[in-house]
Design a protein around this ligand. Structure first.
Ligand SMILES: [Zn+2]
Length: 205
């Protein structure tokens, strides 16, 4: 159905908003009209925050977490246990694990999981840099905290094969989280417990 917009500018703005995940054209229209009702300074602050975020955001050189600095706050915190590395899919997972307040180690953000269906192979992810970190020494334990999906399991196994000959303990978070669950949907208590009760990863699922 072709909707008639009274303004091309309005149509364009609605079009941009409706590209966002979970935002249909109706919601997009509501958001745009809401912004239009705000004063100019508010709308400018909104627009600028997105532009500045995209232009200036950095990714930690060590763990690939989102950061305002070259090395993120977690990696540069001397109170954290740098000998334990928790491997997660994305930045939201770092936030989920941090929210449990049960983990004192550092992270490694893969940027996804191996998924041939979606055309994501090992080289599209930060796996080589993980192997590199372990090879450099100082890491005693790598904790796999990926989703309990087939893709997560495939990635766990791939990492296991890469690290099995290296002198590092490989563990996997307890499967208190049911199969198919993503980390970010687990509640803090469950996720915290899964990390505390992690088990040795032996390559079998
Ligand atoms: Zn970092």
């Amino acid at each position: 159905m072709n909707q008639q917009y009274p303004s091309i500018l309005l149509e364009k703005a609605v079009g941009e908003f409706s590209k966002l995940p979970g935002i249909g054209r109706k919601t997009a229209m509501r958001l745009v009209l809401h912004l239009l009702r705000q004063d100019t300074a508010t709308v400018e602050a909104f627009g600028n925050s997105i532009i500045t975020l995209k232009r200036e955001v950095k990714y930690c050189k060590v763990c690939h977490n989102i950061s305002d600095t070259e090395i993120c706050q977690i990696c540069s915190n001397s109170q954290r246990d740098a000998s334990t590395v928790c491997v997660v899919e994305n930045i939201r997972d770092v936030m989920a694990v941090e929210a449990t307040q049960q983990y004192r180690g550092i992270y490694h953000v893969l940027g996804g999981v191996i998924s041939p269906m979606d055309g994501v192979g090992p080289s599209d992810l930060q796996i080589e840099s993980l192997v590199q970190r372990v090879a450099e020494g100082g890491i005693n334990e790598v904790i796999l905290a990926l989703s309990t999906t087939m893709e997560g399991d495939t990635t766990n196994f791939y990492i296991y094969r890469k690290l099995e000959k290296m002198n590092v303990k490989l563990s996997v978070i307890a499967r208190g989280i049911s199969v198919g669950d993503e980390l970010e949907y687990a509640d803090e208590v469950t996720l915290g417990r899964s990390i505390v009760n992690r088990t040795l990863f032996t390559g079998t699922v």
